[in-house]
Design a protein around this ligand. Sequence first.
Ligand SMILES: [Cu+2]
Length: 247
Amino acid sequence: MQVQTRDTSQTERWTWLTLARIGAGAFVVWAVALQLGSGFFDPILITLAAIYAASLVFVDSERRGRLIAFTVFAALTMVPNLVFGNSDFAHLESAGSFVPQLFVTLAIVLAIVGGVGELRGWSHPAARTTLNRTVGVFAVGLAVSLVVSAMAPSDSPLVNDVTVSAHGFAWAPGVVSYDASASSGLWIDNRDFAQHELAVPELGIEVSLPASKSRRIDLGDVRPGEYQIICTIPGHESMTATLEVTG
Ligand SMILES: [Cu+2]
């Protein structure tokens, strides 16, 4: 009998609602960190984080309607998360963007699974196991991404290369002057902790730039003119610059 009593008190601390709350809390932590790190205010992100924060106060297992609303809300937040985080997920070699993306996706998964588990009355020990496995998935993802990032190669510039850098989610300089008679290519230096994808659509150029790595491209016989430089990652639309080719 004593053993049974102890088991019950231990497992009750880890209900499915606890998982949902850990997920909601983790989303808030991620959103605040992202806001502070990126420096620009994102009203949609802050609204979602505020709803998650409110759920920590207003959602409990006694009020089924609120629990259902929370679970549906959590499931809906997975949609923009995957749309905007898709390219972060695709690049293990950029730990600075991959790890936060893995973190927030697992947070949303915990919120959804916790909500469903609480609504359906799943067993409590399974909640603890699910949490442990989720933490395990994050730890493995973190370790693999750090190793792959550290091993990702970086290109060195050639003497006459023109440098373009990505810094603070902007290309610098804003106008890249390229003298085709004096230079042979661009050296693109990603100084951010996030992945970027430089593209010059009119020239058919697309370069994948892992966090804190450099790439060089040969421009070949490029005709004089002005070409737009962009970043193709969703949410990076503000990253634009002009490539001004002369010679
Ligand atoms: Cu970018």
